[in-house]
Ligand binder design. Structure first.
Ligand code: GLU
Length: 438
């Protein structure tokens, strides 16, 4: 079998959305699974609708998702250039060939392709046999001199020796035009694989760029983990045929194949994506999580120039990593680690003061702090247990008031971890202040 060559062929005419990302991913997976070549080809012939900003977004999003291309802009390759706007001479040459074969004619300033009118049959790798007959000749060069999508798309697939065309089902209806052109050039047909649509979360219809949760850039900005988004995108139309949902990318590459792609449409489910993201976050290596979270917080200007010490931030992130659902929850979750100016939640306060003698317990804890061993969660747990035994109280009688005094809230990371990470000085200062003011 000749080497697999697939291409992702986006047009930089809009934001990079989930559907495009999935098409890119399925092409990338197919190339990696087969030891093939993944080409990025920019279909930017529509000068009125292209923008450099959208193009940059395509590059950024692909890089962020880890979908590295083997040939394409910035990478080179034997079949470049890889932007259609730079390939005018190639189109001219192919156009001459088509003209010479007598399959073109001019009408009203436009150049038409004369169809064969024969039934066009493809064996789609996902949908099976699809037959369609073109009934009308179609324009290949507009009256303004610009070649149309069908023409440049096919010419490039021929010139770039593309073996498999994996694209959205919305292009299925174009395929008979494309196969007519391939045959007119005497070129072998590629294998087609049309991926089913992504349906919007609620209600009927295809997900569009305007739908909530449709833009890849949003997830990047919100601190989603690209690995989680990639895993989620794989499952939009493909599955490993067992019940697994979270799969390492290497495993997906090993298992991915086109016949495994469903024929039915996939429904976008933002909750499922959020859950996948959480699972990835909780399982992430703490060192990686630290860098990722720090970059996220920096991108939000969270510390406003007053950055905490790295070792402290590292401990805070490690402590909170298992407790937040997403990196975007961190800012609201970690504030009190960096400032003494946190508000005391009135509901939590009411609850703490509704029973027992929280001030007495905090007084006992404060008195024990100078001798306390802050080196581990276990030693701190022993401290609280010792106090509880000594004063015939429960550990909760210390934990709840202390958490309130130290953070202003009733929710947060593990209590002993909280003591350890805040450290003796902060803990002493905050409890003393709370006792003086509460
Ligand atoms: N530029 C087309 C698109 O963005 C590519 C179609 C194809 O993959 O053949 O939909």
């Amino acid at each position: 079998m000749p080497q697999v060559r697939v291409r992702f062929a986006p047009s930089p005419t809009g934001f990079f959305h989930i559907g495009s990302a999935r098409t890119a991913l399925f092409n990338w997976l197919y190339a990696r699974h087969n030891g093939g070549v993944f080409i990025l080809r920019v279909e930017d012939t529509d000068q009125t609708r292209n923008s450099d900003e959208f193009l940059r977004l395509i590059y950024d999003s692909l890089r962020w998702l880890g979908l590295d291309w083997d040939e394409g802009p910035g990478k080179g390759g034997d079949f470049g250039p890889y932007r259609q706007s730079e390939r005018a001479s190639v189109y001219k040459e192919y156009l001459e060939r088509l003209k010479a074969s007598g399959r073109t004619y001019e009408k009203d300033g436009a150049l038409y392709f004369r169809i064969s009118g024969e039934p066009q049959v493809i064996e789609d790798a996902i949908r099976g046999r699809v037959e369609r007959t073109e009934e009308k000749d179609f324009v290949i060069v507009r009256s303004d001199g610009n070649p149309v999508f069908h023409f440049v798309n096919v010419v490039d697939d021929i010139a770039m020796k593309v073996t498999h065309v994996i694209r959205g089902e919305d292009h299925l209806s174009n395929t008979s035009k494309h196969t007519e052109l391939f045959k007119a050039f005497g070129a072998p047909l590629p294998t087609y694989a049309h991926i089913p649509l992504i349906l919007k979360q609620n209600g009927p219809g295809k997900m569009s760029k305007r739908d909530q949760g449709a833009l890849v850039e949003e997830y990047q900005k919100r601190g989603f983990l690209p690995e989680a988004l990639v895993n989620f995108l794989c499952l939009l139309g493909w599955s490993p045929k067992d019940d697994r949902e979270k799969l390492p990318l290497a495993e997906i590459v090993r298992l991915f194949d086109l016949p495994g792609v469903n024929q039915s449409n996939a429904r976008f489910d933002e909750k499922k994506l959020a859950h996948m993201n959480m699972v990835y976050l909780h399982e992430m290596d703490p060192g990686k999580c630290f860098s990722f979270a720090r970059d996220y917080l920096k991108s939000r200007n969270y510390f406003a120039g007053a950055e905490p010490e790295e070792a402290y931030l590292r401990e805070v992130i490690a402590l909170c990593q298992p407790k937040v659902r997403a990196v975007e929850d961190l800012p609201g979750f970690i504030g009190y680690f960096f400032s003494d100016e946190y508000a005391i939640d009135p509901k939590a306060r009411e609850k703490v003061f509704s029973k027992g003698d929280p001030k007495a317990r905090l007084g006992e804890l404060l008195a024990a702090l100078p001798q306390a061993d802050f080196s581990s969660d276990t030693t701190l747990e022993a401290l609280i247990q010792g106090l509880a035994a000594q004063h015939a109280a429960g550990t909760g009688d210390y934990i709840h008031p202390a958490r309130l005094a130290l953070s202003g809230t009733a929710v947060g990371p593990s209590f002993y971890g909280l003591l350890r990470v805040l450290g003796r000085e902060r803990v002493e200062r905050r409890i003393a202040r709370f006792l003086a003011t509460a």
